[in-house]
Design a protein around this ligand. Structure first.
Ligand SMILES: *Cc1c(COP(=O)(O)O)cnc(C)c1O
Length: 373
């Protein structure tokens, strides 16, 4: 039987937006392996091996480290829904769309949410965080490591100790950073982390690696109320992911787990340091090439993410027109600006498998033709 015509007609697109990123052939191969049962001992062995690889990737010893069934936002929701109780005081740093989403999720759970706002395109300021933690006790502080809506990196390494001193749980979004730059969960004193499969890990969207520290687990275990969301309740999900006797919670997305397992293997086999260096080099090359075309970057040097490059759209250029031409005529996808940056920037992703010099060359050549004709 041939594939359905609608699926077989899909073109292969060079994915240079804010995610999903290009999926390597080994991951596609893994996704198409036979589906087996979610309690099959061979599948459980695969889950255990993925858990170990995720610990290596996150540089953590946390035994509670597993992929949640859902995209990055499900990981975000998992962290808040398990660790917040009604009326808890929560501090969220907001310097783009994803900090805003954290605030929304925490508020919906009935938390008393304060925000520290920073300009879009600038990093979170650790000094400001320290000042706020002195004013009031918070049960959780949440920060986005790599703000994909603006391309700015925040100094998350320096904030963990402040949180510990204040008896505050430290929650970090690493959806875009994990697999593209260093994330050191234990060394940075991070208590809860989540990521996503489709950014620098280069697996299709659908899974969200999550890890909880012992402090986070203790918070979960001493809740006065049940976790208000059944599907994301970590206290039940661990019984499927840990222990000698596995207990069914929901049917694991088997083939997605094959894909993520293969994707993380590829990253570890290449070697973390090499992968991070590749992202950095390709980013520097892109910036140099774009500046050669007379284009400028939104984020100041020193605060730029390697894997997400926000480029100012020059005056007189049709922002959406260029993106649409890139997609239909050159087979390349890049992203638009969000919120206050809509219409003002393009977002160029160099995530995971996409982060290669030849992809930059293809994109820069196409942009050159589009903005100079
Ligand atoms: C993409 C992204 C998310 C949300 O992930 P989804 O997979 O789209 O649900 C959250 N935070 C950051 C920083 C992201 O880049």
């Amino acid at each position: 039987m041939p594939l359905s015509p609608k699926i077989s007609a899909l073109p292969s697109v060079l994915l240079m937006g804010p995610g999903p990123s290009c999926v390597p052939p080994e991951v596609y191969q893994a996704l198409s392996a036979p589906c087996i049962g979610h309690l099959d001992p061979r599948f459980i062995a695969l889950m255990d091996s993925l858990k170990t690889d995720l610990q290596t990737l996150l540089r953590t010893q946390n035994h509670l480290t597993l992929p949640m069934s859902g995209t990055g936002s499900a990981g975000m929701e998992t962290c808040f829904v398990n660790l917040i109780e009604k009326d808890d005081h929560v501090l969220v740093c907001v310097n783009g769309v994803f900090g805003g989403r954290m605030q929304d999720i925490a508020s919906r759970l009935g938390a008393q949410v304060d925000t520290l706002e920073f300009p879009w395109g600038a990093p979170v300021d650790a000094e400001a965080v320290a000042g706020q933690l002195k004013k009031k006790h918070y049960s959780i502080l949440a920060v986005v490591h790599a703000e994909t809506s603006t391309g700015a990196v925040s100094p998350v390494a320096g904030i963990g100790e402040l949180c510990h001193a204040a008896d505050t749980l430290y929650l970090v979004d690493t959806v875009t950073s994990l697999g593209g730059m260093d994330v050191r969960m234990d060394e940075w004193h991070v208590d809860a982390i989540y990521s996503g499969s489709q950014k620098c890990l280069s697996s299709p969207p659908g899974l969200s690696p999550v890890s909880f520290s012992e402090r986070a687990l203790a918070r979960l275990n001493r809740r006065a109320s049940k976790v208000p969301n059944w599907y994301l309740d970590m206290s039940m999900i661990v019984k499927y992911w840990e222990g000698a006797k596995r207990v069914y919670h929901h049917t694991a997305p088997i083939n997605m787990i094959y894909g993520l397992h293969q994707a993380v293997r590829l990253v570890l086999e290449e070697g973390l340091e090499k992968v991070f260096a590749r992202h950095l080099q390709v980013h520097e090359y892109l910036v140099e090439q774009l500046q050669g075309l007379g284009l400028s970057m939104l984020v100041a040097e020193g605060h730029r993410l390697p894997m997400l490059n926000a480029v100012n759209v020059p005056v007189g250029i049709d922002e959406a027109g260029v993106r649409s031409c890139l997609l239909t005529e050159y087979g390349i996808e890049i992203g638009a600006g969000l919120g206050p940056l809509a219409g003002k920037i393009w977002r160029i992703g160099l995530m995971g498998h996409t982060a290669r010099k030849e992809n930059v060359d293809r994109l820069v050549e196409a942009i050159k033709q589009l903005i100079t004709t």
